[in-house]
Design a protein around this ligand. Structure first.
Ligand SMILES: [Zn+2]
Ligand SMILES: [Zn+2]
Length: 246
Protein backbone atom coordinates (compact mmCIF):
# COMPACT_ATOMS: atom_id res chain seq x y z
CA UNK A 1 0.00 0.00 0.00
CA UNK A 2 1.36 3.40 -0.86
CA UNK A 3 1.87 5.80 1.97
CA UNK A 4 -0.71 8.20 0.54
CA UNK A 5 -3.34 5.48 0.64
CA UNK A 6 -2.24 4.44 4.10
CA UNK A 7 -2.68 7.98 5.35
CA UNK A 8 -5.95 8.67 3.54
CA UNK A 9 -8.26 7.63 6.42
CA UNK A 10 -6.35 9.89 8.81
CA UNK A 11 -6.40 12.81 6.39
CA UNK A 12 -10.13 12.29 5.79
CA UNK A 13 -10.72 12.37 9.53
CA UNK A 14 -8.76 15.55 10.11
CA UNK A 15 -9.84 17.30 6.91
CA UNK A 16 -13.18 15.76 5.92
CA UNK A 17 -13.24 15.79 2.10
CA UNK A 18 -15.11 18.76 0.71
CA UNK A 19 -15.95 19.74 -2.83
CA UNK A 20 -13.39 22.43 -3.75
CA UNK A 21 -16.08 24.40 -5.57
CA UNK A 22 -19.02 24.51 -3.18
CA UNK A 23 -17.74 23.05 0.08
CA UNK A 24 -20.22 20.16 0.09
CA UNK A 25 -18.97 16.98 1.79
CA UNK A 26 -17.77 14.36 -0.72
CA UNK A 27 -16.45 10.81 -0.76
CA UNK A 28 -12.74 11.45 -1.42
CA UNK A 29 -10.11 14.18 -1.29
CA UNK A 30 -9.62 14.44 -5.03
CA UNK A 31 -12.95 15.11 -6.71
CA UNK A 32 -15.95 17.40 -6.97
CA UNK A 33 -19.50 16.83 -5.75
CA UNK A 34 -21.95 15.48 -8.33
CA UNK A 35 -23.65 18.86 -8.78
CA UNK A 36 -20.35 20.62 -9.50
CA UNK A 37 -19.22 17.93 -11.95
CA UNK A 38 -22.39 18.81 -13.82
CA UNK A 39 -21.39 22.49 -13.89
CA UNK A 40 -18.23 21.81 -15.91
CA UNK A 41 -18.74 22.35 -19.64
CA UNK A 42 -17.05 19.62 -21.68
CA UNK A 43 -16.41 20.66 -25.31
CA UNK A 44 -18.53 18.58 -27.66
CA UNK A 45 -18.94 17.73 -31.32
CA UNK A 46 -19.12 18.94 -34.05
CA UNK A 47 -15.86 20.83 -33.72
CA UNK A 48 -13.18 22.43 -35.90
CA UNK A 49 -10.86 19.67 -37.17
CA UNK A 50 -7.87 21.94 -36.70
CA UNK A 51 -8.38 23.38 -33.22
CA UNK A 52 -11.35 21.57 -31.69
CA UNK A 53 -13.45 24.72 -31.30
CA UNK A 54 -17.00 23.44 -30.84
CA UNK A 55 -19.53 24.47 -33.49
CA UNK A 56 -23.28 24.76 -33.19
CA UNK A 57 -25.33 21.94 -34.62
CA UNK A 58 -25.60 21.50 -38.35
CA UNK A 59 -21.96 22.17 -39.23
CA UNK A 60 -20.68 19.38 -41.51
CA UNK A 61 -17.93 17.05 -40.31
CA UNK A 62 -14.42 18.14 -41.32
CA UNK A 63 -15.23 21.86 -41.13
CA UNK A 64 -12.60 24.42 -40.10
CA UNK A 65 -13.47 27.43 -37.93
CA UNK A 66 -13.09 31.03 -39.09
CA UNK A 67 -10.06 31.90 -36.90
CA UNK A 68 -8.18 28.81 -38.19
CA UNK A 69 -9.07 29.68 -41.77
CA UNK A 70 -7.92 33.25 -41.26
CA UNK A 71 -4.55 32.26 -39.89
CA UNK A 72 -3.73 28.54 -39.99
CA UNK A 73 -2.34 27.65 -36.55
CA UNK A 74 1.13 26.24 -36.05
CA UNK A 75 -0.03 23.78 -33.41
CA UNK A 76 -1.28 20.31 -34.23
CA UNK A 77 -4.54 20.46 -32.32
CA UNK A 78 -6.00 21.82 -29.10
CA UNK A 79 -7.24 19.44 -26.43
CA UNK A 80 -9.39 21.29 -23.88
CA UNK A 81 -10.73 19.48 -20.83
CA UNK A 82 -13.46 22.07 -20.29
CA UNK A 83 -14.79 25.29 -21.68
CA UNK A 84 -14.11 28.31 -19.49
CA UNK A 85 -17.10 29.04 -17.24
CA UNK A 86 -17.74 29.85 -13.57
CA UNK A 87 -16.96 26.33 -12.40
CA UNK A 88 -13.73 25.85 -14.36
CA UNK A 89 -12.67 29.40 -13.48
CA UNK A 90 -12.96 28.64 -9.77
CA UNK A 91 -10.83 25.52 -10.15
CA UNK A 92 -8.20 27.38 -12.15
CA UNK A 93 -8.03 30.19 -9.60
CA UNK A 94 -7.80 27.77 -6.67
CA UNK A 95 -4.97 25.94 -8.38
CA UNK A 96 -3.19 29.13 -9.34
CA UNK A 97 -3.64 31.47 -6.41
CA UNK A 98 -5.28 29.38 -3.72
CA UNK A 99 -2.37 27.05 -3.12
CA UNK A 100 -4.58 24.12 -4.04
CA UNK A 101 -1.91 22.09 -5.82
CA UNK A 102 -3.88 19.05 -4.67
CA UNK A 103 -6.40 19.87 -7.42
CA UNK A 104 -3.80 19.21 -10.13
CA UNK A 105 -4.24 15.41 -10.43
CA UNK A 106 -8.02 15.69 -10.85
CA UNK A 107 -7.75 18.53 -13.38
CA UNK A 108 -4.96 16.73 -15.24
CA UNK A 109 -7.13 13.60 -15.31
CA UNK A 110 -9.78 15.49 -17.25
CA UNK A 111 -7.11 16.82 -19.60
CA UNK A 112 -5.55 13.37 -20.12
CA UNK A 113 -8.97 12.01 -21.07
CA UNK A 114 -8.75 14.30 -24.12
CA UNK A 115 -5.23 13.15 -25.00
CA UNK A 116 -5.99 9.57 -25.93
CA UNK A 117 -3.19 9.27 -28.51
CA UNK A 118 -0.50 10.52 -26.12
CA UNK A 119 1.85 7.79 -24.91
CA UNK A 120 5.47 7.22 -23.90
CA UNK A 121 6.59 8.62 -27.27
CA UNK A 122 5.54 12.16 -26.24
CA UNK A 123 7.17 14.81 -24.08
CA UNK A 124 4.96 16.98 -21.85
CA UNK A 125 6.08 20.60 -21.57
CA UNK A 126 4.37 23.31 -19.48
CA UNK A 127 3.97 26.92 -20.55
CA UNK A 128 6.74 28.60 -18.54
CA UNK A 129 6.33 31.18 -15.82
CA UNK A 130 8.82 33.99 -15.51
CA UNK A 131 11.18 33.28 -12.62
CA UNK A 132 9.97 36.29 -10.64
CA UNK A 133 6.43 35.03 -10.76
CA UNK A 134 7.59 31.54 -9.98
CA UNK A 135 9.45 32.90 -7.01
CA UNK A 136 6.44 34.85 -5.78
CA UNK A 137 3.92 32.05 -6.21
CA UNK A 138 6.23 29.18 -5.35
CA UNK A 139 5.06 26.95 -8.17
CA UNK A 140 3.98 26.99 -11.79
CA UNK A 141 0.41 25.68 -11.99
CA UNK A 142 0.99 24.59 -15.62
CA UNK A 143 4.00 22.55 -14.49
CA UNK A 144 1.91 20.84 -11.81
CA UNK A 145 -0.66 19.87 -14.47
CA UNK A 146 2.11 18.75 -16.84
CA UNK A 147 3.64 16.54 -14.15
CA UNK A 148 0.31 14.84 -13.48
CA UNK A 149 -0.42 14.39 -17.20
CA UNK A 150 2.99 12.80 -17.78
CA UNK A 151 2.34 10.44 -14.88
CA UNK A 152 -1.05 9.43 -16.27
CA UNK A 153 -0.08 9.02 -19.92
CA UNK A 154 3.42 7.58 -19.45
CA UNK A 155 4.84 10.43 -21.54
CA UNK A 156 8.17 12.04 -20.74
CA UNK A 157 8.25 15.26 -18.73
CA UNK A 158 10.33 18.34 -19.51
CA UNK A 159 9.29 20.95 -16.96
CA UNK A 160 12.00 23.39 -18.00
CA UNK A 161 12.09 22.81 -21.76
CA UNK A 162 10.71 26.31 -22.33
CA UNK A 163 11.97 29.41 -20.58
CA UNK A 164 10.65 32.93 -20.28
CA UNK A 165 13.45 35.27 -21.14
CA UNK A 166 11.57 38.38 -20.08
CA UNK A 167 8.57 39.09 -17.92
CA UNK A 168 5.55 39.91 -20.06
CA UNK A 169 2.74 42.20 -18.97
CA UNK A 170 -0.72 40.73 -18.56
CA UNK A 171 -2.04 40.14 -22.06
CA UNK A 172 -5.67 40.66 -21.11
CA UNK A 173 -7.15 43.66 -22.87
CA UNK A 174 -4.38 43.84 -25.47
CA UNK A 175 -5.18 43.53 -29.15
CA UNK A 176 -3.79 40.76 -31.31
CA UNK A 177 -0.81 42.75 -32.58
CA UNK A 178 0.04 44.20 -29.16
CA UNK A 179 0.02 40.71 -27.64
CA UNK A 180 2.38 39.47 -30.30
CA UNK A 181 4.69 42.40 -29.71
CA UNK A 182 4.64 41.88 -25.93
CA UNK A 183 5.59 38.24 -26.43
CA UNK A 184 8.19 38.68 -29.11
CA UNK A 185 11.41 37.05 -27.97
CA UNK A 186 9.88 36.31 -24.56
CA UNK A 187 9.81 32.54 -24.81
CA UNK A 188 12.61 30.26 -25.91
CA UNK A 189 13.87 26.72 -25.66
CA UNK A 190 16.21 25.67 -22.88
CA UNK A 191 19.48 24.61 -24.49
CA UNK A 192 19.63 21.52 -22.32
CA UNK A 193 16.54 20.14 -24.07
CA UNK A 194 17.48 21.13 -27.62
CA UNK A 195 18.63 17.65 -28.66
CA UNK A 196 15.59 15.88 -27.18
CA UNK A 197 13.17 18.27 -28.88
CA UNK A 198 14.43 17.56 -32.41
CA UNK A 199 11.71 15.52 -34.12
CA UNK A 200 9.81 15.21 -30.83
CA UNK A 201 6.09 14.92 -30.30
CA UNK A 202 5.16 17.43 -27.63
CA UNK A 203 2.13 18.15 -25.46
CA UNK A 204 2.20 21.81 -24.45
CA UNK A 205 0.30 22.30 -21.19
CA UNK A 206 -1.40 25.36 -19.74
CA UNK A 207 -4.24 25.86 -17.27
CA UNK A 208 -6.21 28.38 -19.32
CA UNK A 209 -6.10 29.03 -23.04
CA UNK A 210 -7.30 32.54 -23.80
CA UNK A 211 -6.24 34.25 -27.00
CA UNK A 212 -3.69 31.59 -27.76
CA UNK A 213 -0.96 34.25 -28.09
CA UNK A 214 1.18 32.74 -25.34
CA UNK A 215 0.70 29.17 -26.51
CA UNK A 216 1.44 30.26 -30.10
CA UNK A 217 4.75 31.74 -28.95
CA UNK A 218 5.54 28.45 -27.17
CA UNK A 219 4.55 26.35 -30.18
CA UNK A 220 6.72 28.50 -32.45
CA UNK A 221 9.72 28.14 -30.12
CA UNK A 222 9.25 24.35 -29.97
CA UNK A 223 8.88 24.04 -33.74
CA UNK A 224 11.91 26.24 -34.32
CA UNK A 225 13.78 23.81 -32.09
CA UNK A 226 12.70 21.01 -34.45
CA UNK A 227 9.64 19.55 -32.69
CA UNK A 228 7.67 17.56 -35.23
CA UNK A 229 4.29 17.85 -33.56
CA UNK A 230 2.92 20.08 -30.80
CA UNK A 231 -0.52 19.46 -29.34
CA UNK A 232 -1.82 22.15 -26.99
CA UNK A 233 -3.60 20.87 -23.88
CA UNK A 234 -5.46 23.17 -21.50
CA UNK A 235 -7.83 22.70 -18.61
CA UNK A 236 -10.16 25.54 -19.58
CA UNK A 237 -10.52 27.08 -22.99
CA UNK A 238 -11.92 30.57 -23.34
CA UNK A 239 -13.99 30.86 -26.48
CA UNK A 240 -15.05 34.45 -25.98
CA UNK A 241 -11.71 36.09 -26.61
CA UNK A 242 -12.90 39.47 -25.39
CA UNK A 243 -12.78 38.18 -21.82
CA UNK A 244 -10.16 39.80 -19.69
CA UNK A 245 -8.32 37.19 -17.69
CA UNK A 246 -5.80 39.35 -15.95
ZN1 LIG B 1 -19.60 21.03 -5.30
ZN1 LIG C 1 -10.28 26.06 -35.50
Amino acid sequence: MRIVQALAPVVDLVFPPRCPLCGEGIGGQTGLCAACWGELAIPGEPACVTCGRPFGDGVPEGAICAPCLESPPRHDGIAAATLYNDASRKLVLSLKHGNRISLAPMMAGLMAARLTSVDAGYIVVPVPLHRWRLWKRGYNQAAELARAIARRTGAGLAVDALVRRKATPSLGGLGKKARKRALSGAIGVNRRWAARLKGAQVVLVDDVLTSGATSDACVSALKRAGAQKVVVACFARVLDEALDLA
